[in-house]
Design a protein around this ligand. Sequence first.
Ligand SMILES: Cc1ncc(COP(=O)(O)O)c(C=O)c1O
Length: 385
Amino acid sequence: MATSRKTTSRATNAIHGGAGPHHVGDPVAPPLVQSVNFIQEIGTEAGLLYTRYGNTPNLERVQKRLALLEGAEAALLLSSGMGATACAMMALLRPGDHLLASANIYGGTLRLLTEEFTRNGVDVTLVDPHEHRVWRKRLRKETRAVFVESPVNPTCRVIDLRPISQLTTEEGLALVVDSTFASPINLRPIEHGADVVIHSGTKFLNGHHDAMCGVVAGTESYIQEVLQKLIVWGQAADPFAAWLLERGLKTLDVRIRRQNDNAMKIATWCANHKDIKRVHYPGLIDHPDHEIARAMLDGYGAMMAIELSGAGKTTERFLKRLKIFQHAASLGGVDSLVCEPRYTSHARMSSEERARVGVPDGFIRMSIGLEDAEDLIADVEQALK
Ligand SMILES: Cc1ncc(COP(=O)(O)O)c(C=O)c1O
């Protein structure tokens, strides 16, 4: 007997969203269909399935689920977060167009927009995302889209999407939001007027540090345009990445809630420690964006940063002494990680430039995982001694 399911809650959608009716004998865990090609009917172009076309079984399943989680009409899975941003923006911008982008975005995205897109005839203006009036001032008649990232990697600043989406709606521009740091459990940009949502699925969505992928969500017609870019630029995700992502999504809701709680406890503890000069976490009431975060987010997230008192080798000593936190790039998974953006995303900037964007030398980004919060606090405490 077949039963079909209609659900709206994110926890349930993360597990079942987009899956078809259940039949007796179906496997509960979705099978991995690794084949890149499929036998096709003779005499018609219909039914052409090919992994590079982004339409094979594991991809199709997870794409429907991602759309439901974001509250979007459709979503696409791509080979990485960078692949997602590249195809999302290529589908929106042509040579001669102008893009307004937040100056506070992931280093890879900044390079993509200011080096690659500009080389291909798109003019990009970077804007301080907290200066609401500046967005309007920088508008031109060629402006087609606005790009923001929120919360921001690695500063954990939260952008108020409301005034920006008011502007993009009035002016008929596309608002693109990279909400990798939040995941759809903490933020659904479409609810705040965004047109396009981007994720590095490598991070919270997969959540286990073992799959690379990216997501673009938006209207059905726009996603069809992104799909054409995905196909010709060869940006489809591998079926195994899609399978791992689907497996990761099943625990998304519970992971994010626990990670939110852990981060809040650790940030609060750090804020009261004499050897920690500064804590960057939007859940703290003295964070500059706390009120915006309260309005925008359902949870303050698992990303935070600290700056230690003391100079020179203090940061290096601290990182070397940590036992549970691992020193590694990337973020959002079950294992807690630390890294210094000056050696990763911000390595191409000078020390002064980094300080200007809020990432001074000694800035330690922390991705809080699922370990026991007390154990993580004890790890930080022993490393500070
Ligand atoms: C906010 C943000 N967007 C996009 C990306 C790019 O994602 P990926 O590494 O999956 O290409 C990253 C990577 O760190 C990121 O932090």
